[in-house]
Write a new protein. Structure first.
Length: 151
C-alpha cells in the first residue's frame, strides 16, 4: 500500500508538473513581465512628465519675460506719444495765440483807421459848418484822404 501510495503520489506530481505546474509558472512569468513593463512604463512616464514640467516652466518664464518686455515697450511708446501730443498741442496753442494776436492787431488798426476817418469827417463837418462853405463830396473825400495820409 505504501508503494502504491508512492506511485500514485509520483504520478500525481508528474501529471501536475506536466499539465498544471508549467502553465501556472508561465502565467506567473507573464504576470511578472507585465508588472515589470508597467513599472518601466510608469518610470518612463514619470521622467517624461518631469521633462514636460521643466519645459512648461521654461515656456512660462519666457512668456512672462516677453509679456514684461511688451508692457515696457507699450509704456515707452505711450510716453513718447504723450510727448509728441503735448508738443503738438503746445505748437497749435502757439499758432492760435499768434493768429489771435495778429487778428487783434488788425482789428485795432482797423478801429484806429475808422476812428481817424470819423474824426476827420466830424472835423470837416464842423469846419464846413463854421466856414459855411459848400463842399462837394469829391472835395470832401480828397480832404479826408489827405488828412488820413498826414496822420
Amino acid at each position: 500500500m505504501i508503494f502504491l501510495t508512492w506511485v500514485v503520489f509520483f504520478l500525481l506530481v508528474f501529471f501536475l508538473r506536466k499539465f498544471a505546474w508549467a502553465p501556472i509558472l508561465r502565467v506567473l512569468d507573464e504576470r511578472e513581465d507585465k508588472i515589470r513593463r508597467s513599472v518601466e512604463e510608469a518610470e518612463r512616464i514619470r521622467l517624461e512628465m518631469e521633462r514636460i514640467h521643466q519645459k512648461e516652466e521654461e515656456i512660462l518664464s519666457r512668456a512672462q519675460a516677453k509679456g514684461k518686455d511688451i508692457i515696457d515697450q507699450a509704456r515707452h511708446a505711450a510716453a513718447d506719444n504723450a510727448g509728441v501730443i503735448v508738443g503738438r498741442a503746445k505748437e497749435e496753442a502757439r499758432i492760435l495765440l499768434e493768429n489771435a494776436q495778429r487778428e487783434i492787431r488788425a482789428e485795432v488798426e482797423k478801429a484806429k483807421y475808422t476812428l481817424r476817418e470819423q474824426s476827420i469827417r466830424m472835423t470837416v463837418d464842423l469846419t464846413k459848418k463854421l466856414i459855411q462853405a459848400d463842399m462837394t463830396d469829391d472835395r470832401h473825400r480828397a480832404l479826408v484822404d489827405r488828412f488820413i495820409n498826414e496822420t
